[in-house]
Design a protein around this ligand. Structure first.
Ligand SMILES: C[S@@+](CC[C@H](N)C(=O)[O-])C[C@H]1O[C@@H](n2cnc3c(N)ncnc32)[C@H](O)[C@@H]1O
Length: 510
């Protein structure tokens, strides 16, 4: 199941997501990007948009609310408190400190919802990556740090009087020492192919591997006329000799021959297409960022490439696992997770992001997805008591939670775990949503009904289709003007791109 929450992620995490229910977290939080978001909120949206601008701007400013959130985070002794106090001693009360305060509360919750075998990838850039690494060390445990991944997002950048900034940093942590890791491979570079491999007229690359014992300690023996200290047995060499013939000139089976017809000492023939590739390294130069006419580009200023998320999801989760993106933007993680057969949870605080993701999913997956409106008693009570709030929270709660403050927000793990247990009784592991209630709308927006044989969900007795993937939208906002304009899924991208061009002055990343 896919679940999309509209609202502040701190509140959503605390309210709905159970302990140890998620396999993989990817987060790409914004930093000091009020400029970007103003573009979204200042569109002809009226007073509600103004309240969102306000909430965002306050998130990154040190004020009385942020100080209160800081006090809550540092109240309870422990590593998180220690590191936050050290930051404060060094930074004082400034925008960076406000950002770190906001992040600390959320990272504590994200660790709580991760399964013991889960992993967390925090996408940031050199502006804050050094602070965030210390913060993550404190929250996730320094021994659970796995990689600082460098994603090369541009080939050149003209930064006067310093090196061009062309990379983002992705901090990779596991929750424990036993975590999901599926080895990934990348392509060989052309330089390496040219230097080490030979190309056949068919386009296949081959090379002959040295078969001599590097320590020179094996017994000397003759193999088909070549006497040497071979690194393998006569029997194994015979297997290569008797292997099916290939197109490699002057060879027998998988053995390369010299001009005199006897085996060369570099004799074992290998083909590039039989190797998996280069094991994934910590520098990722092979995934271009979305520029200009990239087909997947929607115009959302901080949109990341699907290939980046596919790599992370494939490496650190398995089909059917739950992937969470608490800052899901235009839904790149969700799109990749859906494509790779994972369950997913996305959270975003902007009306635009939620509408955009819904359109993106409809556009890409069509009738395979079934959208369910996610009203429930608790949500309805909030929305009806606060009609001015776009996020379904009261305006006070919106402002407070956007600043990293929650009414009952003890900062450390133990307290949040207990509270989450108390607050999410109706969730289920792997899909911490309240179950769909009888009589709730289950028709997709175009009226398509699931055609599959229904199955009973044991935990909740809810009827669900089996081969149509259900997407639940909790607190769905009314569509923004640009979304209302879309005539068909195919025309949507064009509308959105044109709209984004007209409202977005800069396209800086997070
Ligand atoms: C850098 S963007 C993420 C972009 C995303 N990775 C993508 O590829 O589209 C950050 C997102 O976080 C959302 N956001 C910011 N503060 C939030 C909060 N407190 N709760 C939920 N979402 C938030 C913003 O609305 C924005 O869409």
């Amino acid at each position: 199941m896919g679940t999309l929450y509209y609202g502040d992620n701190l509140d959503i995490l605390r309210r709905y997501l159970k302990d140890e229910s998620v396999d993989l977290v990817y987060l790409d939080p914004p930093f000091n990007s009020a400029q970007n978001y103003n573009a979204f909120f200042s569109e002809k949206d009226g007073s509600a948009a103004a309240s969102q601008i306000h909430a965002f701007e306050d998130t990154w400013h040190w004020d009385i609310e942020t100080k209160r959130a800081y006090d809550a985070v540092t109240e309870q002794p422990g590593k998180v408190s220690d590191v936050m106090q050290a930051f404060y001693t060094f930074l004082g009360g400034n925008d960076m400190m406000a950002y770190l305060t906001m992040m600390s509360a959320r990272l504590v919750e994200l660790r709580r919802v991760l399964k013991p075998t889960g992993s967390l990838y925090l996408h940031c850039d050199p502006t804050a990556s050094h602070y965030l690494k210390l913060l993550c060390d404190a929250i996730m445990g320094k021994d659970n740090f796995r990689n600082e991944i460098v994603w090369k997002r541009a080939s050149a950048h003209n930064d006067p009087r310093k090196c061009g900034d062309i990379h983002d940093t992705i901090l990779f942590y596991s929750k424990s020492n036993t975590y999901i890791w599926n080895p990934q491979y990348t392509k060989y570079t052309q330089d390496y192919l040219d230097a080490e491999w030979n190309e056949l007229p068919s386009g296949r690359y081959w090379k002959a591997e040295n078969m001599l014992d590097p320590r020179n300690s094996m017994e000397l023996f003759d193999f088909k006329g070549t006497k040497a200290r071979w690194r393998t047995s006569h029997e194994k060499l015979m297997e290569l000799w008797n292997a099916p013939q290939t197109d490699v000139p002057n060879s027998h089976g998988r053995i390369k021959l010299r001009k005199d017809g006897k085996p060369s000492k570099r004799c074992r023939i290998m083909f590039l297409d039989e190797l998996p590739g280069v094991p994934l390294q910590s520098i990722w130069p092979d995934i271009p960022s979305l520029r200009g006419g990239a087909a997947e580009r929607l115009g959302y200023p901080t949109q990341k490439p699907v290939a980046l998320l596919e790599r992370i999801i494939q490496a650190s989760s398995n089909p059917g696992d739950v992937v969470l993106d608490p800052f899901c933007g235009c839904g790149t993680t969700i799109d990749a997770a859906e494509k790779l057969g994972r369950d997913w949870i996305g959270i975003d605080v902007t009306q635009l992001a939620i509408s955009l993701i819904k359109n993106r999913l409809q556009d890409t997956y069509g009738r395979r997805l079934k959208f369910i409106s996610g009203s429930n008693r608790r949500e309805s009570a909030q929305t009806s008591s606060a009609p001015e709030s776009q996020s379904g929270l009261t305006s006070a709660a919106t402002a407070a939670t956007a600043r990293g403050v929650h009414a009952a927000s003890p900062p450390e793990h133990e307290a949040t775990s207990k509270r989450a247990e108390a607050r999410a009784p109706e969730g289920r592991a792997g899909s911490p949503l309240p179950a769909a209630e009888p009589g709730e709308s289950s028709a997709s927006p175009d009226g398509a009904q699931g055609t599959a044989r229904p199955t009973r969900d044991g935990a909740h007795g809810v009827t669900r289709p089996t081969d149509v993937h259900v997407v639940r939208i909790i607190g769905e906002p009314s569509p923004s003007p640009i979304m209302k304009k879309r005539g068909s899924p195919r025309r949507f991208r064009l509308h959105f791109r044109a709209w984004a061009r007209s409202t977005t002055a800069t396209t800086s990343t997070s």
